[in-house]
Ligand binder design. Structure first.
Ligand code: SF4
Length: 377
């Protein structure tokens, strides 16, 4: 794996363009076609994406921060093969600080962060992985946020400092986006997502882990059009989170036909029937898993025979569990029936997704709003 010797990629733009030109052309165009498909663009955009990536005067500078998390999003990111890690780091992005993959540590790492921030002030993308603890631990000298300290600063102090001078803040994974598992009951560290911690809007690429094809496509969108993609009211790009999993699920025909897996290993499971009764949260989850799949299009949970657990939604650990329990109600009034009544409705899924998204996201936001939840309790 490529290592960043001091945390800062030294390649000039000319060197990067030269390096891109040296890539296997077929691999590079495969990457561009995946980006076009992910962004919902026609194949005619493939050469435009190639041109935007190749001719960008400067690779977008990325400062990647780790907070309260498991590093699963970094793991997913560095295991991409289209493009490969080396291509990502050296040619498509300028990843100037990333604790997991840089060689520097301690004071040298802190110096690398300061250098990256200074040299790219106002231009870098702050990629955040993990939640921010806001509670104060017990102890006479403890202060707010001390459950997580990095280089002598709390996660909150570090996030505010780095995100203040960023061109954009991109949260990868559910923890950075919405707090993730750390923020679920009883949440002893007072963990929250980045946006709530720093009080600044963020782009969110949730998932557990996020799918790197979506984070890279978000940046390619920036290279291609000079702006970040449109989002829903939770800050998730619509190209990736504009439709429910249920609306594009390859098992949807079985849902509509009332054909359900009743237990793992039964005939329905062998026949690839719908997993709703096994707890699938696809009817309440907005994500493009069924279209782009994970591990470079290899598979995704429903394809592998396990229901969706709703990992791109706020507070999914609390609100989507028990993971093997059926959603009590998947009804969008006048659009769908519950699984028990299914067979009576065969409304087109595509029309459902687009029209329902705004209403449903609003409903989810209310449902998942931690303030409302606390008031109800
Ligand atoms: S309930 Fe789950 S498995 Fe069944 S069609 Fe919907 S998303 Fe697919």
């Amino acid at each position: 794996m490529c290592q960043l010797s001091s945390g800062f990629s030294p390649k000039s733009s000319e060197e990067r363009v030269k390096a891109l030109a040296g890539l296997d052309r077929r691999d590079f165009l495969s990457f561009c076609s995946i980006m076009a498909a992910t962004l919902g663009l026609s194949p005619s955009f493939i050469p435009k994406i190639a041109e935007a990536v190749e001719k960008a005067a400067r690779r977008p500078s990325v400062i990647w921060l780790h907070f309260a998390e498991c590093s699963g999003d970094s793991e997913a990111f560095i295991r991409s093969s289209y493009p490969s890690t080396e291509e990502l780091i050296l040619n498509i992005l300028s990843i100037d600080y990333h604790e997991t993959i840089m060689a520097a540590s301690g004071e040298a790492a802190e110096a690398a962060l300061q250098k990256a921030m200074t040299e790219n002030k106002g231009k870098y993308i702050a990629v955040c992985e993990g939640a921010i603890p806001l509670a104060t631990p017990p102890g006479p000298n403890a202060k707010k946020g001390d459950y997580l300290t990095i280089g002598g600063k709390t996660g909150l102090e570090l996030a505010k400092e780095v995100c203040a001078d960023a061109a954009a803040v991109m949260c990868v994974g559910n923890c950075a986006s919405f707090g993730g598992v750390q923020a679920q009951r009883p949440n002893p560290t007072g963990a929250v997502g980045i946006e709530e911690a720093i009080g600044k809007p963020t782009l969110k690429i949730p998932g557990c882990p996020h799918n790197p094809v979506n984070s890279v496509a978000t940046i390619v969108n920036f290279l291609l059009l000079g702006s970040f993609p449109k989002t829903d009211n939770l800050g998730r790009p619509l190209f990736a989170y504009g439709k429910r999993i249920h609306d594009h699920c390859p098992r949807r025909a079985h849902f509509d036909a009332g054909q359900f897996v009743e237990e793992f290993g039964d005939e329905g499971a062998k026949n690839g029937w719908c997993l709703y009764k096994m707890g699938c949260k696809g009817p309440e989850t907005y994500h493009n898993c069924s279209m782009v799949e994970y591990n470079d299009g290899t598979s995704w949970p429903v394809k592998a025979g396990h229901g969706c657990i709703g990992c791109s939604e706020p507070n999914f650990w609390d609100n989507m569990s028990p993971f093997y329990g059926r959603l009590p109600n998947v009804i969008l009034p006048g659009v769908e029936a519950t699984a028990d009544k299914v067979g009576f409705t065969l409304v087109g899924a595509a029309a459902v997704g687009a029209a329902a998204h705004g209403v449903y996201t609003f409903m989810n936001r209310k449902k998942f709003d931690p303030t409302l939840k606390d008031k109800e309790e």
